[in-house]
Design a protein around this ligand. Structure first.
Ligand code: NAD
Length: 291
């Protein structure tokens, strides 16, 4: 039987609608309209598209959007100074510095200068620590979105055998932390894992975050498993067409899986939706408002 397709576009729209309701509630209860500041340094075309989409969706949900577009030769000192101003600005509840930054800028230094309570990307070591010890944290957006998709088909994740392929700080590690928080039994697989197909076959929930086009094959999937494909890979087909594919060989795996996310239209749309949700969480943390 063909797998259920997990519709990330529709679920992201639900998350955005919830954010819009939260904005209205905060305006009513605290006279507060949350604001998200996005800093873009340079003219990377993909980053420009991301930033435009983020700003448009921020405004659509009723929040304030602040955009800072700086030339590629902006000094590290000036970027750090801008982050300090945004840290101190009461109208700004979330700060996102779009990566990649130009080579002359130490990205780690810039990201670590963001106030952890405004760090809507969830990359600051303070938020990483808070996530792992179970404190209220700002959690990276892509794994948060992936976990929401998984919970749509497995609402109670307790005891579920989960395998995460990939151990990056942005996706794999926070994904593992989130699934552990849901009481899954979590295995983190990576480039040095022995017999990866066999490890994956043990998964009731498989999350692929590798960056290798269609690496996960049909015979890696346990029949009925839920498959969340985080990968976004641009390939050229034998016919010479450009195409986006995930880390999972979708068509063949969909014949075995119980549910699966497509690429595009799966995890991708969830990332910005969760960024907006994080801006609400950040505002609540700053104003000491309980969820
Ligand atoms: P990364 O390159 O930082 O990490 C990749 C991980 O995969 C590493 O931990 C590595 O150990 C593991 N890996 C590499 N080769 C492997 C192999 N042969 N077998 C098993 N594991 C292997 O990448 P990332 O930033 O975590 O991103 C992963 C994928 O997710 C990419 O395709 C990226 O484009 C995509 N991504 C999507 C979104 C989104 O919004 N949907 C956001 C971030 C990343």
């Amino acid at each position: 039987m063909a797998a259920q397709v997990i519709d990330g576009k529709a679920i992201a729209a639900e998350v955005r609608a919830e954010v819009a309701r939260d904005v209205k509630a905060l305006q009513k209860s605290h006279d507060l309209t949350p604001g998200l500041a996005v800093v873009l340094v340079g003219e990377d075309p993909a980053s420009q598209v991301y930033v435009r989409n983020k700003a448009a969706q921020t405004v659509e949900t009723g929040m304030q959007s602040f955009e800072y577009k700086l030339p590629a030769d902006t000094s590290e000192y000036d970027i750090l100074a801008l982050v300090q101003r945004l840290n101190a600005n009461k109208n700004v509840n979330g700060i996102l510095v779009q990566l990649p930054l130009p080579k002359h800028v130490n990205a780690e230094k810039v990201l670590n200068s963001i106030d952890p309570d405004k760090d809507v990307d969830g990359f600051h070591p303070t938020n990483v620590g808070r996530l792992w010890i179970g404190e209220r944290a700002l959690v990276p957006c892509t794994p948060t979105g992936s976990a929401i998709l998984a919970k749509k088909v497995i609402p109670d994740l307790r005891g579920v055998n989960a395998v995460v392929i990939g151990r990056s700080n942005i996706v794999g590690k926070p994904m593992a932390a989130l699934l552990l928080r849901e009481s899954c039994t979590v295995t983190v697989a990576h480039s040095k894992t022995k017999d990866l197909p066999a490890v994956c076959r043990g998964a009731d929930l498989l999350v692929a975050a590798v960056g290798i086009p269609e690496m996960v094959k049909r015979d890696w999937i346990k029949p009925g498993a839920v498959v969340i494909d985080v990968g976004i890979n641009r390939i050229t087909t034998p016919e010479g067409k450009n195409k986006l594919v995930g880390d999972v060989a979708y068509a063949e795996c969909a014949e075995v899986a119980g549910a699966i996310t497509p690429v595009p239209g799966g995890v991708g749309p969830m990332t910005i939706a969760c960024l907006l949700q994080n801006t609400i969480t950040a505002a609540k943390i700053q104003y000491n408002i309980k969820d």
